[in-house]
Ligand binder design. Structure first.
Ligand code: AHG
Ligand code: MN
Ligand code: MN
Ligand code: MN
Length: 329
């Protein structure tokens, strides 16, 4: 019947190509870079779907620069994505959550810098709960042929030329934007293709979901608690997966707000600006949502260091605006 009709029309490749045709003088390198990311996403999706059967769950045995215990899949995803980006040839530098320093690929032909959270939601890997990947793409600003400079990697989020995420959920999805709206693609495993399933995504202006780790409440600004109380009085529901990508994606589709505030122990909260917050903020704005650190637009923050953290409030515009108001009081 009609409502069971299988939506396998436009592949990601075809979609990227049709967008490329809108820019006849563009070289097509950004398109190729997006395809490289999609390929790595397919490989990682395959590893994840077998996680309970193969030896890819559990700790890897090392602590990353964040002070977190790396999981095997953190490392596997990091290797898969960095390899795809290295071999692809369009990229000159990579910033990854799992790497202390910038990876300078010494590729004088590469115009693009990529920042990546290869695997988001590490604590959910071993319990078969949705996890993700987050990526940001910037243009290199210093001349090619010389070593990568700080200003190439510490760019404001508003300079992103493209950004997106992959959600390894009940199905695997890729959502990306090149600054002209955002589109979502669902992976058809047996065909090995992503298909356009969520054209021209829009986030509801208002929402009925609040998303925060409630365990943080004794350690945060009481104004945030007042805001959450007002959400509850209006009948909103609590939803918290603990994978930023999955929490953000649900709120994008349904309307809601995600909060990771500063705490007494972590004065900038937990979420990392360069490879988590910026990409999702870019997507949020492209779909009519909003992202803030409580005071400032996330995309306007000048990063000072690679693994810098930021308080992070993202979601339906009216909810984020109201939160900013409450924080001023
Ligand atoms: P990552 O797995 O990439 O290190 O990111 C984890 C982040 C994010 O995905 C999630 O929203 C948040 O950490 C959860 O933190 P809590 O466990 O403190 O709630
Ligand atoms: Mn981590
Ligand atoms: Mn993450
Ligand atoms: Mn991660």
């Amino acid at each position: 019947t009609q409502n069971l009709a299988y939506n396998v029309g436009v592949t990601l490749d075809r979609f990227i190509k049709s967008k490329q045709e809108d820019f006849p003088f563009a070289s097509g390198e950004l398109s190729q870079l997006l395809r490289d990311i999609a390929l790595a996403a397919k490989i990682v999706s395959r590893e994840i779907s077998r996680a309970g059967l193969s030896d890819v769950t559990g700790a890897f045995g090392q602590i990353n620069v964040q002070g977190e215990e790396q999981q095997k899949l953190d490392v596997i995803a990091d290797v898969r994505f960095t390899r795809a980006l290295t071999k692809g040839g369009e990229v000159c530098a990579i910033v990854s959550e799992e790497e202390d320093l910038v990876i300078d690929l010494q590729n004088s032909k590469g115009k693009y810098v990529v920042a990546i959270d290869p695997l988001d939601g590490s604590s959910n890997i071993d319990v078969n709960v949705s996890i993700g990947t987050v990526f940001s793409i910037y243009r290199r600003v210093t001349p090619s042929g010389s070593p990568i400079q700080e200003e190439d990697v510490l760019q404001k989020g508003r300079e992103q030329v493209a950004a997106g995420y992959v959600l390894y959920g009940s199905s695997t999805m890729l959502v990306y934007s090149t600054g002209n709206g955002a589109n979502g693609f669902t992976y058809e495993r047996s065909l090995g293709e992503f298909f356009l399933s969520h054209p021209d995504l829009k986030m509801p202006e208002d929402g009925n979901i609040f998303t925060m780790n409630e365990g943080l409440t004794p350690m945060i600004n009481p104004n945030i608690l007042s805001y959450l109380e007002s959400c509850k009085r209006q009948g909103a529901s609590a939803r918290y997966i603990g994978s930023l990508v999955a929490d953000f994606h649900r709120n994008l589709l349904k309307g809601g707000i995600y909060l990771y505030p500063a705490t007494n122990q972590a004065k900038n909260g937990k979420i990392r600006l360069i490879y988590e917050a910026n990409a999702l903020a870019f997507i949020a704005e492209q779909v009519g949502g909003m992202a803030s650190d409580g005071k400032n637009r996330i995309l306007d923050i000048q990063p000072e260091s690679l693994h810098q953290r930021t308080p992070f409030f993202i979601g339906s515009t009216n909810m984020v605006k109201k939160l900013e108001e409450v924080l001023k009081s």
